[in-house]
Ligand binder design. Structure first.
Ligand code: SIN
Length: 499
């Protein structure tokens, strides 16, 4: 099917890829099924990709398994050089990649450009780390033996990525896998396959050999068949997944039969705490950066904002002025700061959280509806919202809202707020603003999360470990820890050495 109303213009039209990439070649799904890719701004389909099934997933795994020995045998320098070439091509095609991200995911173009640079930074970082996968020499316990530790690639890796950062999450998984010497089968989120396909095309152009990186696309309905084929395949040794806690638990359960290595970056419910001694302007700035990135559709977005009694009213006032000035509009409008939500399901969940909060006594300081003029039935925009007087019996205190909604909770003491912040099964990120240095250490230690932002709202960096504790998952992405997640530790004992 062709899409006559396709208004997406790319400098390089061939970056709009609409097939699976397996064993170095573009191909349709074996069963010939396809599904449409939709612009979240207007609900219109503008492209279509294969709706793959288990046979396509097996083809991809066959290809990755065949390529593994050759790829791991390459020197780390060779793998690094190919990753650097891929990095350069991502930067050279930044504008087209940003257009694809915006079109299928909805984030404003300026933010999409930022995502391209963010994703590229992981490719560069892991190109540089590939040559630093050091082992160890252990002092021998008895003479005549040498004890050594070497790092080896885990094997074939299945990478399953979310829709909210279609380029960065793919890059953050593929780059360390390839750097470590693993080969990859990937499946992007149903809503946002095109960015991932373009990224893989650039990897092909960079000279990543056939079979080393494979990608298949699938609708929500076919995803269990694709992922199921990889789960039961003993040659797939690792699964790396970013997405919901429910799906992550399913992967942990279903991969138990073949005991795969797992990295799970799952849901969050991040607390953001403002103490009386905080710099309030800085705290508002930090919250705006952390909360409204990607319209709040980010795992590390603050979901519960706790403000201490003495600064509550002033903070609410400063924040509401900033939030109500945010411009909502399509990704193509340079003035837009908040794009559409990814789909109707997402919008309905946000609206339900706000309605539940208001019903239970929260006060709406701004937003709380679809913006005027952007509220047609096909539209998924939601006005940036601030709610005061939130409480723990509200849905938004327990579940990730994943949208542009700030809920303010009032608190009195440090003990009380730390207990409230930790009162969740999730443990991805937490933020707090305070100036008392003893409090800074105390609170940083007591928060039960994998990431803590102290007087800072923008946390992610390619050189820092990203990941959670509790039901937010395990494993780390980015940083030197992110490379280790794709490697096994092998102990070599060399004996019989004569003196
Ligand atoms: C995510 O939302 O899963 C990733 C966010 C980030 O990389 O900062």
């Amino acid at each position: 099917m062709t899409y006559p109303n396709l208004t997406l213009t790319l400098d390089r039209g061939e970056l709009l890829c609409q097939g699976n990439y397996v064993d170095g070649a573009w191909r349709p799904g074996r069963a010939g099924c396809r599904y449409p890719v939709v612009n979240p701004a207007d609900g219109q389909a503008f492209a279509e990709v294969p709706d793959s099934d288990e046979t396509d997933a097996r083809d991809a795994a066959d290809s990755a398994a065949r390529a593994f020995e050759g790829w791991r045998a390459r020197s780390a320098r060779e793998r690094a050089a190919l990753l650097k070439r891929w990095h350069a091509l991502i930067l050279a095609n930044k504008e087209d990649l940003a257009r694809l991200i915006s079109r299928e995911q909805g984030k404003p173009l300026a933010e999409a450009r930022g995502e391209v640079l963010y994703g590229a930074s992981y490719v560069e970082w892991f190109a540089e780390e590939a040559v630093r996968a050091y082992g160890d020499i252990i002092p021998e316990p008895v003479r005549g033996r040498k004890l050594m530790v070497v790092k080896e690639p885990a094997g074939v890796v299945a990478a399953i990525t979310p829709w909210n950062f279609p380029l960065a999450m793919m890059a953050r998984k593929i780059a360390p896998a390839l750097a470590a010497g693993c080969t990859v089968v990937a499946k992007p989120a149903e809503d946002t396959p095109l960015t991932a396909l373009a990224l893989v095309r650039l990897a092909h152009e960079a000279g990543i050999p056939p079979g080393v990186l494979n990608i298949v696309t699938a609708s929500r309905g076919h995803t269990p068949a694709v992922v199921g084929a990889w789960l039961e395949d003993t040659r797939v040794r690792k699964i790396t997944f970013t997405g919901s806690t429910a799906v992550g638990k399913g992967l942990a359960r279903d991969s138990a039969a073949t005991l795969k290595k797992l990295s799970l970056e799952l849901g969050g419910n991040a607390p953001f705490i403002v103490f009386d001694d905080a710099d309030l302007e800085d705290a508002v700035e930090g919250l705006m950066a952390a909360k409204f990135r990607n319209g709040g559709q980010t795992c590390v977005s603050p979901n519960r904002v706790y403000v201490q009694d003495g600064v509550y009213a002033r903070f609410a006032e400063l924040l509401t002025a900033r939030v109500s000035a945010l411009a909502v509009g399509p990704a193509t409008d340079p003035a837009s700061q908040i794009g559409p939500m990814i789909n109707r399901r997402a919008l309905d969940k946000i609206a339900a959280h706000v309605a539940d909060a208001v019903e239970k006594g929260a006060e709406l300081l701004c937003g709380g509806r679809q913006p005027a003029g952007r509220d047609s039935p096909a539209s998924t925009y939601y006005a940036p919202t601030v709610l005061a007087g939130a409480s723990h019996d509200m849905l938004l205190a327990r579940e990730e809202t994943f949208g542009p909604v700030v809920a303010l909770f009032r608190f009195a003491t440090e003990d009380e707020v730390v207990a409230a912040a930790n009162d969740t099964p999730f443990g991805l990120a937490a933020y707090f603003y305070a100036r008392d240095i003893s409090r800074v250490w105390r609170v940083a230690e007591r928060l039960e999360t994998g990431i803590v932002g102290i007087n800072e709202g923008a946390l992610a960096a390619e050189s820092a470990p990203f990941g959670g504790v509790k039901e937010s998952g395990y494993g780390r992405e980015g940083s030197r820890y992110g490379l280790e997640d794709y490697m096994h530790t092998k102990y070599l004992c060399l004996g019989g050495l004569k003196q």
